[in-house]
Design a binder for this molecule. Structure first.
Ligand code: ATP
Ligand code: MG
Length: 272
């Protein structure tokens, strides 16, 4: 699969050992704010145009996976990058703590059910990766259970890919300092307070263990069929530009087309 050349150095290479501490959450300074905003607007328009064709064509689908620490910007990315996309062909699936029914099945059961159908874009707000992240960090299951999931996830994503679904995965990489800032502003803003949960502090205390779990998951599960990108996410304008560009480039590569018109449409007369 062709990948977008721009930002390709943020793609996690298959089989490589990932060290998140080497990736600056503020980016590499190659794109300034004005250029990022211009790129973002251009690519947002491109996404809207491509999605119309994807939906009309009805043959291919796109799955976008978003993972991040709390306040990492998953919700904001969805709001900003997909604003204006026809909701008829685009859906967001959020994965919370599994229900009793979900836990009674294999870990991919609830996930597979949410995968996009032909012509659709689905965005996963959290995903099957929680089953090798929070589950590992909180010791919800032993290593003998979560570690084999890397291979199961790779097989599952390959199944999607061979069935006409492209898969793009973004880890929104924020610094611990930026998380503190965002938590503080959440607490101070009455329109944002609802997002706060006391549990967020428990997770924050486990920051290093989450990073280790992310390094494992991204390193083991970034494949040609379903690459992971580490998106520097302390600056929202940079995050938006990068995600929008990578999604738009993927859609361009998929090259969806409007179905050809039926013959003789020029001769159709609509009766009064
Ligand atoms: P977010 O924090 O992403 O904005 P939210 O605040 O709306 O989401 P929460 O209920 O806080 O909703 O987030 C979902 C929680 O469910 C997270 O703490 C996540 O780690 C947890 N979760 C998701 N999938 C699993 C899983 N498979 N096993 C255990 N916990 C999970
Ligand atoms: Mg939360």
């Amino acid at each position: 699969m062709k990948t977008a050349a721009r930002f390709d150095h943020y793609r996690v290479l298959p089989g490589a050992k990932l060290d998140l501490s080497k990736i600056d959450q503020e980016g590499d300074g190659k794109l300034d704010k004005d250029d990022a905003k211009a790129l973002f607007e251009e690519e947002r328009a491109s996404i809207i145009a491509s999605q119309e064709k994807l939906y009309a064509e009805g043959k291919q689908s796109l799955l976008i996976v978003l993972q991040a620490m709390d306040a990492g910007g998953k919700d904001g990315t969805i709001e900003d990058v997909f604003r204006g996309v026809n909701p008829q062909g685009c859906r967001v699936s959020s994965f919370k703590v599994p229900t009793a029914e979900e836990l009674a099945h294999d870990f991919l059961w609830r996930v597979h059910a949410q995968a996009p159908g032909k012509g659709q874009i689905t965005i996963f707000n959290r995903s099957h990766y929680e089953d090798v992240l929070v589950v590992r960090v909180k010791n919800i299951v032993p290593e003998s259970v979560w570690r084999p999931r890397y291979a199961l996830i790779n097989d599952f994503e390959r199944l999607l890919a061979t069935s006409g679904t492209r898969v793009l995965k973004f880890f929104l990489h924020i610094s611990k300092k930026e998380q503190k800032k965002r938590f503080e502003s959440r607490l101070a803003d009455e329109n944002d307070r609802w997002k706060w949960s006391p549990g967020d502090l428990v997770e924050r205390a486990l920051w290093d263990r989450y990073e280790e779990a992310y390094e494992g998951a991204l390193g083991e599960c970034s494949t040609e069929a379903a690459p992971w990108y580490v998106i520097p996410a302390d600056k929202k304008w940079l995050r938006n530009a990068m995600v929008a560009h990578l999604v738009a480039a993927m859609l361009r590569d998929m090259d969806p087309r409007f179905p050809p018109p039926l013959p003789d449409l020029g001769r159709v007369k609509i009766p009064d």
